[in-house]
Design a protein around this ligand. Structure first.
Ligand code: C5P
Length: 412
């Protein structure tokens, strides 16, 4: 997944192992993804790679001293710990992990670990005998118990000539996992209102008008938003899915009922995602008795429903960041762009439905309504992004990541 983590603050602590040279590449990869990187080093790390290498690659001064007379307030560890969105110790030597696991704070790296309130990762690197020593394993288990995420190590040939467990994971893998973490809690502290599924517009006591929506995309979005740390309210039409336990769920049948819930709740949420396939029209008359088939031909008179999405997007105060869906059978881009503007949306996710297979994004047997898979073309005012055909859970996570990214940029 190619997510750009604009301006995420990543604090890289390098301790003294030969794998320190790989951390130089890690800095380059993280910066390429848009992160801001600051590097701290232990004295023994300086024996392996020069400070200047990390300074040049990170574009920031490198810190090595716990008590630095040149620093204005001599509280560098606290300032750096506050600055970090993520702390990664790579390589994490047996010595540094032992210190961290016991709360020692005798150098800048171990003190930073104690002072950090952000997620902490460690990429261990050491000789295989040191790795296998029970005390090292105990320390690692303690750190995991304290909430540290371990990346690696990998088995293989070691710098000391031995073969076994203890090689530091490759920088690309560390980078991938760090980015996944940076996006995984991307909606922390925010609330998301999601509409899902079809609506049913009753004609008489036994019949209704509806559509093929399964609700799978909306439910996948609810799960993804919860995983991203958001508080989620799900307004759902009739579907055969089980809603996620942590979501606040409102079950409705008609578009009017969905409108009432959504318009009331929207002002209390930071984000509204209209993933429901809302009926555009409802029968004007709801017959109290079952309609009889006496006539050869008959006509239904329909009344236009509220456009819930447009009404939310037009709210004059407490308007949430508003995301719509556009299911189209043709001219996908034109219709989606049109809806983005006309409905005053922040973002629209368009997908192909129906018979038109003239576009590579669309494959009737795979994507769209009632399928487990889908592909989306996402548009916003300044750009667009294609999310390739994949299962709806994965797609939902990518869309949530994109929403978080757009919101963050908009708020700057
Ligand atoms: O205009 P169209 O119905 O194609 O737009 C689709 C988007 O608008 C979806 O996000 C859907 O949830 C929303 N919508 C709505 N109320 C309607 C019709 C559609 O919120 N009455």
């Amino acid at each position: 997944m190619d997510i750009i983590i604009n301006n995420k603050h990543i604090l890289l602590a390098v301790s003294g192992g030969i794998a320190a040279y790989k951390s130089a590449e890690l800095v380059r990869l993280l910066r390429k993804q848009g992160a801001t990187v600051r590097v701290v080093m232990t004295h023994s790390a300086l024996q392996f790679v020069g400070m200047l290498t990390f300074q040049a690659l990170s574009g920031n001064p490198v810190h090595t001293e716990l008590l630095d007379v040149d620093e204005e307030n001599a509280m560098e560890h606290i300032t750096l710990a506050r600055w970090a969105d993520v702390l990664i110790i790579a390589p994490a030597t047996a010595n540094t992990m032992a210190k961290c696991s016991h709360g020692l704070a005798d150098n800048l790296v171990s003190t930073l670990y104690l002072a950090a309130t952000c997620p902490v990762f460690m990429a261990p690197a050491m000789n295989q005998a040191m790795w296998n020593k029970p005390v090292t394993q105990e320390n690692i288990q303690r750190l995991i118990g304290h909430g540290v995420t371990m990346i690696g190590p990998e088995p293989g040939e070691q710098a000391c000539g031995e073969t076994g467990m203890g090689r530091m994971s490759e920088p690309a893998e560390i980078c991938r996992l760090l980015l996944a973490e940076s996006t995984s809690q991307c909606l922390k502290g925010l609330s998301v209102l999601i509409s899902a599924g079809p609506t049913r517009e009753p004609l008489d006591p036994v019949r209704y008008l509806t559509n093929r929506s399964s609700g799978k995309m909306g439910y996948a979005l609810a799960k993804a938003a919860l995983k991203a740390g958001a508080k989620v309210t799900l307004v759902s039409g009739p579907v055969s899915l089980t809603p996620p336990e942590q979501a606040d769920v409102f079950k409705i049948e008609t578009a009017e009922q969905m409108y009432e819930v959504v318009i009331t709740k929207a002002v209390e949420h930071d984000i509204y995602i209209g993933a429901a396939a809302v009926a555009d029209y409802r029968p004007v008359f709801l017959e109290t008795h079952k309609i009889k088939k006496s006539l050869e031909q008959t006509t239904l008179t329909l009344q236009k429903n509220h456009d819930i999405l447009a009404d939310v997007a037009m709210l004059s105060s407490n308007r949430p960041f508003t995301v719509g869906f556009a299911a189209e059978t043709h001219d996908l881009e034109r219709y989606a762009q049109d809806k983005l503007i006309k409905k005053n949306l922040d973002m629209i996710a368009a997908n192909w439905v129906g018979q038109d297979s003239s576009n590579a994004l669309h494959n009737e047997s795979l994507g769209g309504f009632d399928s487990d898979q889908n592909a989306l073309q996402v548009f916003w005012n300044e750009g667009q992004k294609s999310l390739a055909m994949t299962d709806k859970n994965n797609l939902a996570e990518q869309l949530i990541g994109l929403i978080a990214e757009r919101m963050e940029l908009k708020s700057k």
